[in-house]
Ligand binder design. Structure first.
Ligand SMILES: O=C(O)C(=O)C[C@]1(C(=O)O)C=C[C@@H](O)C=C1
Length: 107
């Protein structure tokens, strides 16, 4: 029963699930590794952006991107990872890098 003064019943706390907790621990480790790997990639592309700005090179190189995407799609297929997803993921990262390069060029 509810009335004007009663609080909504809180959702029951699920029983601790050791199996799910172990999977999640592993996921957390992978996510941490992914962040470190991405940070390292962006550290390198920051240097590339500075180099390109210094040498008046264009921020984007579509030919290089095409080769990267073809390579990554093949790697994804080999690893049984969705190549469409892999391409979108790389595209997302490269687009961000190009934005950084453009900012570096503007000074
Ligand atoms: O290789 C370059 O020229 C880069 O600037 C790096 C990078 C990348 O993030 O991999 C980014 C932009 C280019 O269009 C191609 C590749």
């Amino acid at each position: 029963m509810t009335d004007a003064t009663s609080q909504p019943t809180p959702a029951p706390t699920p029983a601790p699930d050791a199996t799910l907790a172990a999977y999640r621990k592993s996921i957390d480790n992978f996510d941490a590794a992914l962040i470190h790997i991405l940070a390292e990639r962006f550290r390198i592309t920051q240097a590339v952006g500075a180099y390109k700005a210094q040498h008046a090179l264009p921020p984007a190189d579509p030919g290089r991107e095409e080769a990267q995407i073809a390579r990554l799609r093949a790697l994804a297929e080999d690893a049984q990872l969705d190549p469409e997803f892999s391409e979108k993921f790389l595209r997302f990262i490269i687009d961000e890098v190009i934005r950084h390069h453009e900012r570096a060029r503007e000074g």
